[in-house]
Design a protein around this ligand. Structure first.
Ligand code: NAD
Length: 260
């Protein structure tokens, strides 16, 4: 279904980004991977994806906190794979602390990677999408783009911001064959959340399993994690013709978190 399309997925060496990259590859899209990690492991990921799905795969080590490197990522995808038809702004980081002791460098880094990177990547990718008359931009926000939790000031601000950016891009590209939507996951058990679970287990003297269950129970009526595969399927739907008029939306997949 996505044969002939090229997808750039930022932060796709792990977690949700990897799940979305794999789902888009299974639908036939060529994939430009991005993110940090062990060079050998990333090379294997790239090769597996290409061999399993018969697609072209590339990799860029661009740091999403650096605007010039973000522009290079988009240019590299256009040069190596031919275009950027699908842009998934997924790379993200977290830091948990109350506002009065929130480190300023962590604030700046989270705003840069979780919000500004989506602006820079969209700015770089939209002109060619407009020329081709087709494009899909998917911003990975969070339930924290729609509601807040304590001790996540930078993350919640960035995620609310990316939903605002999503709406502006959707309006500006509405008649150019481009859609722009945000996906708002609840809890997904990726390395980003595993670190929070382990910190809570240490602080509260719980086992990791108890901390996992407590984390879910605090926010989600449904006591199970959404998976990267679930989110990959939603991303594929947003890239399909069935979703051609769906734009400017913030779509939760959150085990009932926001229903309360
Ligand atoms: P993760 O830690 O498993 O993956 C993050 C990815 O981003 C990795 O590939 C990492 O290398 C990459 N990355 C981090 N900083 C980068 C930078 N400066 N430049 C380039 N790549 C960078 O985390 P995840 O849980 O898969 O998170 C992915 C996205 O989903 C994030 O935007 C996160 O906020 C969002 N999200 C996660 C959850 C959850 O429960 N895990 C819930 C809602 C939203």
């Amino acid at each position: 279904m996505l044969q002939g399309k090229v997808a750039v997925v930022t932060g796709s060496t792990s977690g949700i980004g990897l799940g979305i990259a794999a789902a888009l590859a299974a639908d036939g899209a060529a994939i430009m991977l991005n993110g940090f990690g062990d060079a050998g492991a990333i090379e294997r990921l790239k090769r597996d994806l290409a061999e399993r799905h018969g697609i072209k795969a590339g990799y860029s080590a661009a740091d999403m906190s650096k605007p010039a490197q973000i522009r290079e990522l988009v240019a590299a995808a256009e040069h190596e794979l031919g275009s950027v038809d699908i842009l998934v702004n997924n790379a993200g980081i977290q830091h948990v602390a109350p506002v009065e002791s929130f480190p300023e460098d962590k604030w700046d880094a989270i705003i840069a990677v979780n919000l500004s990177a989506a602006f820079h990547a969209s700015k770089a990718a939209i002109p060619a999408m407009k020329r081709r008359g087709w494009g899909r931009i998917i911003n990975i926000a969070s339930t924290h783009g729609l509601v807040a939790s304590a001790e996540k000031a930078a993350y919640v601000a960035a995620k609310h911001g990316i939903i605002g950016l999503t709406k502006v891009v959707a309006i500006e590209t509405a008649n150019a064959g481009i859609t722009c939507n945000a996906i708002c996951p609840g809890w997904v058990l990726t390395p980003l959340v595993q670190r929070q679970v382990e910190a809570r287990a240490r602080e509260r003297g719980q086992t990791v399993e108890q901390a996992k269950n407590a984390l879910l129970a605090e926010k989600q009526p449904m006591l199970r994690f959404t998976t990267p595969e679930n989110l990959g399927a939603l991303a594929c739907f947003l890239c399909s013709d069935a979703a051609a008029t769906m734009t400017g939306e913030a779509l939760p997949m959150d085990g009932g978190w926001l229903a309360q």
